[in-house]
Design a protein around this ligand. Sequence first.
Ligand SMILES: Cc1cc2nc3c(=O)[nH]c(=O)nc-3n(C[C@H](O)[C@H](O)[C@H](O)COP(=O)(O)OP(=O)(O)OC[C@H]3O[C@@H](n4cnc5c(N)ncnc54)[C@H](O)[C@@H]3O)c2cc1C
Length: 188
Amino acid sequence: MNDIAIIGAGPAGASAAIFAAKAGKKTLVIDSDQSMTKRAWLENHYGVAEISGPDLVETGKKQAAKFGAEFVTAKAAKLTAGDDGITIETEDGASYQASHVIVATGVFADLAEASGIRMKPGTEPRIKTVIDAAADGKTNIDRIWAAGTAAGVSVHTIITAGDGAKVAINVISEINGERYVDHDVLKA
Ligand SMILES: Cc1cc2nc3c(=O)[nH]c(=O)nc-3n(C[C@H](O)[C@H](O)[C@H](O)COP(=O)(O)OP(=O)(O)OC[C@H]3O[C@@H](n4cnc5c(N)ncnc54)[C@H](O)[C@@H]3O)c2cc1C
């Protein structure tokens, strides 16, 4: 059983995966390799002078893998909440289990809609429908959370990545039963 499964490995999902895996949680990332970020050239991401979208996405995935996140290339079709956690079924017929799921599917609303997650109209340019998530990332279904563009935040990498991190910290804190902080200290 995975502690945290993340659907989507764009800035929101991979950032969530970095925090989840680094916190020692068994982390699974399922991604269909359709990130809008792979079409971007970025000069507005804090701390990075300039980077191509494909490089940002690849670096994010490598960072998460370094801390132990496992990656599967597949399209998640449906999430079902049960007593044993959340079951994730993929279009290729596989199924995975996780205690918590973070939906970070970017512009794609089909998984959330098929899973009975409450949706609302998007407010950002060209984003039609988003998950009706609370400020902490919780959806109407217990232990299913949402982050990034899918959760309706401003469509910029610094914001979606930050939102993924925020939601992962909230999930980790809920699992641990106390607020979680991840601070490494500069070595002398
Ligand atoms: C042409 C272009 C230029 C841009 N330029 C900039 C810029 O200069 N600066 C800036 O800040 N932002 C820019 N952006 C916006 C930026 O890419 C987004 O704001 C942000 O990165 C989106 O992150 P995300 O993780 O929410 O979504 P995405 O990066 O789209 O990632 C979503 C991931 O979820 C996966 N997924 C979706 N559904 C499923 C499913 N059912 N199962 C499994 N996986 C699934 C997709 O394959 C994808 O990998 C640009 C976007 C575009 C399109």
